[in-house]
Unconditional design. Structure first.
Length: 249
């Protein structure tokens, strides 16, 4: 019997990532070329003003598995939504442009290693997870934010904000037409919708490396994310996401 090849789309949202995206694309393509999968790396440019599109176009010219998808600037959530909905693979993976999770972790999000899931989210918390190089103040801020997330919108998930998540194609079609948040808090809304729709959410402990060039600012983005968290909780309580209160299977 012929082995069925796994088809996966790697969706990389990118805003002004010229300086580090080239190395990320090399690492992704080198690893994926050695796997028994059909694959694409879809870089969704979020209206960058630097050379991000040029870097991606150069890689796409050399490798037909690399796709450049240009979008107007909306924010990371908007770019992720556009990329996941445009992809057609049965498995679709969000990957941060800084590749702070080693690409060798990717098979842990796919069959046969992982089965019976709709959404698999990378987790920097819990048994088997490793955080490398993260400043203590940033870690504490993240845990404080997760405390608020669990009480206001999505309970029982220890790390909603890790930038590495796998979705089945059916889960994308169920979740993302309902996503309204274009900014950094989109992860919370995505998981809130998945929970409301009764989808199977699995946390996958990963190795994660802190990158100093992260575009997330605790002061600038933290307050905005908390305000959006309040709005997401309110929308969920109003039933905007479907069957509210249903436990994940």
């Amino acid at each position: 019997m012929e082995t069925v090849r796994t088809s996966v789309s790697i969706v990389v949202p990118a805003f002004n990532e010229e300086s580090r995206l080239g190395e990320t694309l090399v690492d992704l393509c080198t690893f994926l070329a050695g796997q028994p999968w059909d694959w694409e790396v879809r870089v969704v440019d979020d209206g960058s003003t630097d050379g991000t599109c040029r870097v991606v176009a150069e890689h796409a010219r050399l490798n037909g598995n690399v796709v450049l998808q240009r979008e107007p600037h909306r924010g990371k959530g908007g770019a992720v939504k556009a990329g996941l909905l445009a992809a057609r693979a049965p498995f679709r993976f969000i990957c941060d442009a800084d590749l702070s999770m080693p690409v060798t972790e990717l098979p842990r999000f796919l069959p046969p290693t992982l089965e019976n899931f709709d959404v698999a989210i990378g987790s920097r918390e819990g048994f088997g997870a490793r955080r490398i190089g993260e400043p203590l103040v940033r870690h504490l801020a993240g845990r404080l934010f997760n405390f608020a997330v669990q009480r206001l919108s999505v309970s029982g998930i220890e790390d909603t904000q890790c930038g590495f998540k796998m979705f089945t194609g059916a889960a994308v079609d169920t979740i993302f037409p309902l996503v309204q948040v274009d900014g950094w808090a989109f992860d919370i809304e995505v998981l809130c919708i998945a929970r409301a729709r009764g989808l199977r959410i699995v946390e996958v402990p990963v190795e994660w490396h802190y990158r100093r060039a992260s575009q997330v600012s605790l002061l600038r983005d933290g307050a905005a994310m908390f305000r959006e968290l309040i709005r997401i909780g309110a929308r969920a309580r109003r039933g905007a996401y479907g069957r509210t209160g249903e436990q994940q299977r």
